[in-house]
Design a protein around this ligand. Structure first.
Ligand code: NI
Length: 255
């Protein structure tokens, strides 16, 4: 079985001492492809250094995370726009996050729209982080509709209605992660109604650790736990989930 972790931050400081071991554990678990979403200029070097050691296993992105949008965000974006080109598989992660703070909500919106437009110019997908900002995000995508943006709503935990609205916008996928394994998580029910051909798997490591590792650091080798829960909820086999979600990731990121 071949799995793809479409959203993992194994270059995070929490892996300072064992990032290579974590990558290798993932590959041994069948997670042979990992997508590293970018956060901002402070962690970009670490991301590229680790990815450079595993060509063919790790794919990188360029983007400015919504919680990194603050004073100096325009210079950060200019850097991204000048670096973006061959060698990256997506723009992101970008989006909007009104959970942590609304202080820079206007700037987050502007930075998000610029990154969506950049992704369209480059013919790349966009990785969207949406936290308590669904309406704002959908408005931006609606404004950019003529450019046919495409991509993934990472860490999707929305409702069936939200999923239906996303599908109306075009060629979109949703990233399902560790939350699907949590007791009483609504996404575990919702996922039953999301077609398998619109789902990609992700850990978002080091965060959102699946059961039975909750409370510990998350890592890409836990993807089969997420795949297993998706299979259970959808009444299918883990092999089928592995195959379908890897095929979806190939389409999404053009591997
Ligand atoms: Ni992330």
């Amino acid at each position: 079985m071949i799995f793809t972790d479409t959203h993992t931050h194994l270059y995070d400081e929490q892996f300072r001492d064992d990032a290579c071991a974590a990558v290798e554990r993932a590959v041994r678990a069948g997670v042979t492809r990992m997508v590293f979403p970018d956060i901002d200029s402070t962690s970009r070097q670490a991301m590229n250094d680790l990815a450079g050691k595993y060509p063919g296993n790790i794919y990188t992105c360029l983007g400015l995370h919504p919680t990194s949008v603050g004073p100096g965000w325009e210079e950060e974006l200019e850097k991204i726009e000048s670096l973006a080109g061959p060698g990256i598989c997506a723009i992101g992660e970008t989006g909007m996050d009104c959970y942590w703070s609304r202080e820079f909500v206007r700037e987050q919106e502007a930075a998000f729209e610029r990154q969506v437009r950049l992704s369209c110019r480059l013919g790349l997908p966009v990785i969207i982080h949406a936290r308590e900002a669904t309406e704002l995000i959908l408005n931006v995508l609606e404004r950019c509709k003529a450019l046919s943006p495409r991509g993934v709503f990472h860490a999707f935990t929305g409702s069936r209605e939200t999923f239906a609205r996303i599908m109306k916008l075009g060629d979109w996928y949703v990233g399902i992660g560790g939350v699907v394994t949590f007791r009483n998580a609504s996404i575990a029910e919702t996922v039953k109604d999301i077609p398998l051909d619109r789902i990609v798997l992700e850990t978002d490591s080091p965060y959102l650790t699946p059961v039975p590792h909750r409370g510990e650091r998350n890592e890409s080798s836990y993807i089969p736990l997420i795949a297993g829960k998706v299979a259970l909820q959808k009444g299918t086999s883990i092999e089928e989930v592995a195959m379908a979600t890897t095929r979806n990731a190939e389409r999404l990121f053009n591997f």
